[in-house]
Design a binder for this molecule. Structure first.
Ligand SMILES: Cc1cc2nc3c(=O)[nH]c(=O)nc-3n(C[C@H](O)[C@H](O)[C@H](O)COP(=O)(O)OP(=O)(O)OC[C@H]3O[C@@H](n4cnc5c(N)ncnc54)[C@H](O)[C@@H]3O)c2cc1C
Length: 1112
């Protein structure tokens, strides 16, 4: 029993009929719930025809059967309704009735009812005039037929003054941009042919390198693109290294990296449009590097660095009539429609579309992908539960008022979050940036002064840092770096000959002279920064010195030592950390707190504050700190993204819905609970290797299965494997931690708290009042320890109270009534003398009881071993594994789940089509008399003399440059890269408008094209769509434009604020760099004796040519 409404939680209790789903959805939207507290005035909605919707009726509320998030699942039938949209978008279009961006799209993404009426042919009409107008705008007469490509072409300049064409902005932005009109490029004809194919005779070197950009600026953009894709711009990914080491020389690595980064630049600038092979090859500067470009393209494609997410990729093989040999078509089954499962299935669909020829050439058909999902909705642990009362919403029209039962925070979009492309680049979902303006209320309702809060926080961080010396060493990977200087200046080396990397590595030959930049090397993870989902990030202080005694550190923080205490006193954690087999973070830190108490006078309030920070870690890890491995709890350290944390307006679930529906629906079978998997690991087995049996009696046969069920489900053993999973897999499932975090969601009619504060914290009393023993706080510290104010994203006055650590388990075992009474009492104390009413709606999650989750997310438990996340991910025969618990770099997150889906898709594709093939030779011999870098450079590009080429340098210069390089090294080592100038706001109103209307407009343009050509499969080119959009924008009323103009203004304001802080950081960096330079020269005088020149010079790095590098 896990649910208030036990009868409704049984998936079987729901009728399968789509009619009922439609009916249910109509009812869902027509319900206007009472405002009274459900706990006071039970009120049944007898009109709801299905038991599955009873949860809307709090009249069914029953103390003895606590509610669970699973309840919500049964209501959210919107996902199961066949919308009948083609490519997820209704065919007719009218812009004017839409009052806010994304409305049309949002209606699909947020599951809002549009009262679709399927007419059986897959095309549904809509009868919701409030949202749609059936008058269709036609553009066909005005659309000039032009080429289209990832980058706009020169011909776009003709309309440069119109708002339909984006103004040129050379600064890359974290929000991917549409094409830039002033970049003159070779047109790439887009047709419905496979994007990954192309005639080599049509490829042109340099065609994807805009002539209007200087090499430095171009390099800057490519470097940022690589960083935004979680790749080191200056080194091969370990997998690239393995792939290339036998085929390339060290110098060719630089060429490869330049090409690879340039391809990423194409993708990150506009992830609405896929990158074609032709465009990718156009990133090579010389024809002989086309092979390198093809490998880079294929590698990025297969591994989900480009062309991923909701991008419409033509599938030319789909139209070919099925002529499968012996009727054999492979089937890939993905179990679970959470972020990992949908991410994997969407990626497989995209890759299969691009690789379809592999099967068609053999007379077959590309494999099909089926997703089996236990619930009646997509999203899994991303679930935005619709509120009973949708009236008086404060969020934009078209968005549903929802409460986040699971994931809620996007932890920064910048520097590598794949959700950036999905949320901002492709789906255009609005979000709200969170401000770190938490205030803390003490247990009696008084507000903790900021200065005291900071003082205790510093102490907490100090102990955390001292405990971090027991951290496992991060794994190192073998790789090869390119020539950093050349890459920074956008140059290829002139001479790329020599022995291959593997030959050099296997011989005793010394590595090339420039060993710093081309030698094989290892990469290490950085050692600072801890990502937290909560309001506060624990940033380990740069320069933390473990040799400083704890007492000295305490004095430096502002604490006073107890009378008689000595500054030499320090913490001795070894006893706790080394004396037990499985030391935990919590026990070790508590031991540290106890030792601090010997020389500083900690009061009960300090203990409450310290334990609040424990609770915050317990939120981030979904487990008590006493269950976290001391050496591995933060094994993902260093992989954090950047940028503000945000919440999705109208519900995070729009993201998985988008993945499911855009550009066209995936084949998801809802309410299909897998109960057993029979599999055969014999590679030569001549039939379907896997048989999946479901509780509804259905049996699916497949060649490969990707299992994305949560770790909790695997631990529970609710899925039977025949034969059982091997010991290594079963053992890791047992070793890994899977914790629980719960939420008490409270909806009110009026906010009684500060509406502009995104969150506030609450300190809890110990079990024994005013205790000075930190252990006495563990049970209570997570009780409502943090309240999110989600009024800006949920549309209604709503507080989300978190139950972390032991409190999460308490929530599972307590009744709704008890929890609501308890939290109301706490809120009354906090907001006294204001009156705090009972909430009008409450939703309480109980993730541990959810049979399809069995908990919230994974954590590193004391017995978890280094590398266990990778072992979780490792395939076994035809079984592949994805899900957040298989993503060691970003576990327990939505983006981690998504990345794991991309990884699993790559593995499945490799098993289907084999590993990437490397052309032989990969790099053709240099043709004599051909000028190295300029043979294909269009006239327009101004090539400055290359200062990095040995030919243009004399020996003296070389020596000085080497010396200069060591100074740069010293500077970088000490203070890192020079701060990068923040990009401009990077958005303009038309860009935002384009994101919303692209697919809508595309539908219309496609339709017009079909009419014009009589070809039922004809599609409009990207340029046609762009022009049509320009026209629409010009014709749009001010009312339609306003939200876009407003958003742009807001972004500009933010950018201005960032620019101000940048100036300060820059000045401080410059000062430090000058100091380090002087010190270096003093300590290591230059060989030639020209100190003065060197002393007064500044390198390119110091002048800002180098970019901030995220150390990967
Ligand atoms: C309370 C809470 C708060 C969170 N907060 C954040 C946050 O703020 N930010 C963040 O990034 N992440 C957060 N997370 C984590 C994030 O939600 C997850 O990491 C991510 O959604 C997991 O995705 P997944 O695809 O791995 O698993 P899931 O989303 O769980 O998907 C697995 C799917 O498998 C299905 N399934 C299970 N068993 C079966 C079966 N037998 N047959 C068929 N299907 C089955 C499930 O129904 C589910 O749809 C939070 C999670 C929770 C619970």
């Amino acid at each position: 029993m896990y649910s208030t409404f036990a009868s409704t939680t049984d998936a079987d209790a729901l009728e399968e009929s789509p009619f009922l789903f439609d009916q249910a959805q109509d009812d869902l939207m027509s319900i206007s719930g009472p405002h009274e507290s459900p706990h006071l005035k039970p009120q049944a909605y007898n009109t709801v025809p299905m038991s599955g919707l009873n949860h809307f009726s709090y009249g069914q509320y029953n103390e003895s059967t606590p509610s669970s998030i699973h309840l919500g699942d049964t209501c959210d039938l919107s996902d199961s309704i066949s919308s009948g949209y083609v490519n997820g978008y209704e065919r007719s279009y009218a812009p004017s009735p839409l009052h806010y961006p994304h409305t049309l799209r949002s209606s699909l993404l947020n599951g809002y009812s549009t009262k679709t009426s399927s007419n059986g042919d897959g095309k549904a009409g809509t009868d919701n005039p409030g949202l749609y107008n059936t008058n269709s705008l036609k553009f066909s007469d005005t659309i000039p037929v032009m080429h289209s490509s990832k980058e706009a072409t020169a011909s776009d300049n003709a309309t440069a003054s119109s708002p339909g064409v984006l103004s040129y902005d050379s600064k890359p932005s974290s929000t991917p941009e549409l094409s830039h009109s002033k970049e003159s490029l070779n047109p790439q004809q887009r047709s419905n042919s496979s994007p990954i194919k192309g005639k080599p005779s049509e490829f042109r070197a340099n065609s994807s390198i805009p002539t209007a950009l200087s090499w430095e600026e171009f390099a800057r953009q490519t470097i940022l693109a690589a960083e935004s894709s979680r790749l080191n711009p200056f080194a091969l990914h370990p997998e690239e290294y393995k792939l290339l080491r036998e085929h390339v020389t060290h110098a060719q690595v630089t060429v490869y990296l330049n090409i690879r980064n340039a391809i990423l630049r194409l993708w990150t600038r506009n992830p609405l449009v896929y990158v074609t092979l032709g465009e990718a090859v156009g990133c090579a500067r010389e024809k002989r590097y086309f092979g390198l470009a093809q490998v880079a393209y294929q590698w990025l494609l297969r591994n989900g660095y480009i062309n991923f997410g909701c991008v419409d990729i033509p599938n030319p093989t789909a139209a070919i009539p099925r002529r499968t040999k012996g009727g054999h078509q492979k089937t890939v089954i993905v179990i679970g429609a959470g972020m990992s499962g949908l991410g994997c299935a969407r990626q497989l669909e995209g890759l299969l579309a691009q690789l379809g020829d592999h099967w068609v050439n053999e007379g077959g058909k590309a494999p099909k992908v089926i997703v089996l999902e236990a619930r009646p909705r997509v999203g899994g642990r991303v679930y935005s539960h619709p509120l009973r009362n949708q009236n008086n919403s404060t969020i934009p029209e078209g968005h549903r008022c929802t409460a986040e039962m699971g994931a809620q925070i996007v932890t920064g979009f910048d520097h590598g979050n794949p959700l950036n492309a999905l949320i901002r680049g492709q789906l255009g979902i609005p979000y709200h940036g969170l401000r770190d303006n938490t205030i803390l209320y003490d247990h009696n309702g008084t507000i903790v002064e900021r200065s005291h809060d900071t003082l205790v926080e510093k102490l907490y961080n100090d102990i955390l840092e001292r405990a971090s010396v027991y951290r496992n060493k991060p794994a190192t990977f073998r790789t090869v770096e390119g020539d950093r200087n050349l890459i920074l200046f956008g140059r290829d080396p002139s001479d790329t000959g020599g022995a291959s990397i593997s030959t050099l590595e296997n011989s005793n030959t010394p590595l090339p002279a420039n060993a710093n930049t081309t030698a094989s090397t290892t990469e290490e993870k950085p050692s600072s920064g801890v990502e937290k989902l909560a309001g506060r990030a624990y940033q380990l202080t740069a320069g933390f010195n473990p040799n400083t005694t704890a007492a000295e550190a305490a004095i430096a923080m502002g604490w006073q030592l107890k009378p008689g205490a000595s500054p030499n006193q320090t913490l001795e954690l070894d006893k706790m950390a080394k004396s037990v087999d499985y030391p935990t973070l919590g026990e070790t830190m508590d031991y540290g707190i106890k030792q601090y108490q010997e020389f500083i006078d900690l009061k009960p309030r300090d203990l409450r504050l310290l334990n609040w920070h424990h609770a915050n870690l317990e939120y981030a890890n979904a487990a008590s700190v006493n269950q976290l491995s001391l050496s591995g709890w933060d094994q993902d350290i260093g992989n954090e993204f950047e940028g503000e944390h945000t919440q999705i307006i109208g519900g995070y679930q729009q993201v998985p819905r988008g993945l499911w529906q855009c550009p066209k629906k995936l084949d998801v079978r809802f309410k299909t609970v897998v109960k057993s998997i029979q599999y055969n690991t014999n590679e030569h087995y001549n039939g379907k290797s896997v048989k999946v049996e479901c509780t509804n009696g259905e049996i699916f046969e497949a060649d490969q299965v990707v299992l994305t069920t949560p770790l909790g489900v695997l631990k529970s053993g609710s899925i039977n494997f025949h034969p059982p999973l091997p010991d290594w897999k079963q053992a890791v499932i047992e070793r890994m931690g899977f914790g629980v975090l719960n939420k008490v969601i409270l909806v009110y009619e009026e906010a009684f708290w500060e509406k502009d504060r995104d969150m506030f914290g609450l300190l809890n009393e110990a079990e024994h009042r005013e205790s000075l023993d930190t252990k006495d706080y563990s049970l209570n510290r997570g009780h409502f320890y943090l309240f999110w104010n989600t009024i800006k994203t949920s549309g209604r006055p709503m507080l989300v109270a978190l139950m972390a650590g032991d409190a999460a388990h308490y929530a599972e075992a307590s009744s709704d009534d008890c929890l609501v009474k308890e939290v109301t009492g706490r809120l009354k104390q906090m907001f006294s003398p204001k009156s705090v009413p009972l909430p009008s709606e409450t939703i309480i999650t109980r993730w541990r009881k959810d049979p399809y989750a069995r908990g919230s997310y994974s954590y590193v438990g004391p017995k978890t071993q280094v590398g266990d996340y990778d072992v979780m991910a490792r395939p076994h025969g035809p079984l592949y594994f994805a899900g957040e618990a298989t993503c060691g770099t970003h576990p327990a997150t939505v983006h981690g789940a998504y990345l794991s889906g991309l990884r699993a898709a790559a593995e499945v594709i490799e098993s289907l089509v084999g590993p990437l093939k490397i052309p032989n030779p990969l790099v053709e011999k240099k043709v004599k008399l051909e000028h190295p870098s300029q043979s294909n450079v269009p006239e327009a590009r101004k090539m400055e003399p290359d200062p990095t080429q040995p030919s243009s340098r004399n020996a003296l210069q070389l020596r000085d440059e080497d010396y200069e390089a060591s100074i740069i090294g010293a500077i970088l080592n000490e203070i890192g890269e020079r701060p990068v100038k923040p990009g401009r706001a990077g958005i303009n109103p038309f860009l935002l408008y384009t994101k919303d209307y692209w697919y809508i407009c595309k539908q219309d343009c496609d339709e017009a094209r079909r009419k014009d050509t009589g070809d039922p499969n004809a599609k409009a080119s990207k340029t046609e769509i762009r022009s049509a959009l320009g026209l629409m924008w010009r014709m749009a009323s001010l009312e339609v434009k306003k939200p876009y103009l407003d958003q742009t203004q807001n972004a500009r304001d933010d950018a201005a604020a960032n620019a101000a802080s940048f100036k300060e950081r820059l000045a401080s960096w410059d000062r430090e760099a000058a100091r380090i330079r002087q010190e270096y020269i003093r300590n290591n005088p230059p060989p030639g004796g020209n100190e003065d020149v060197i002393l007064n010079s500044r390198t390119a790095i110091e002048m800002g040519a180098g970019k901030r590098l995220r150390r990967i």
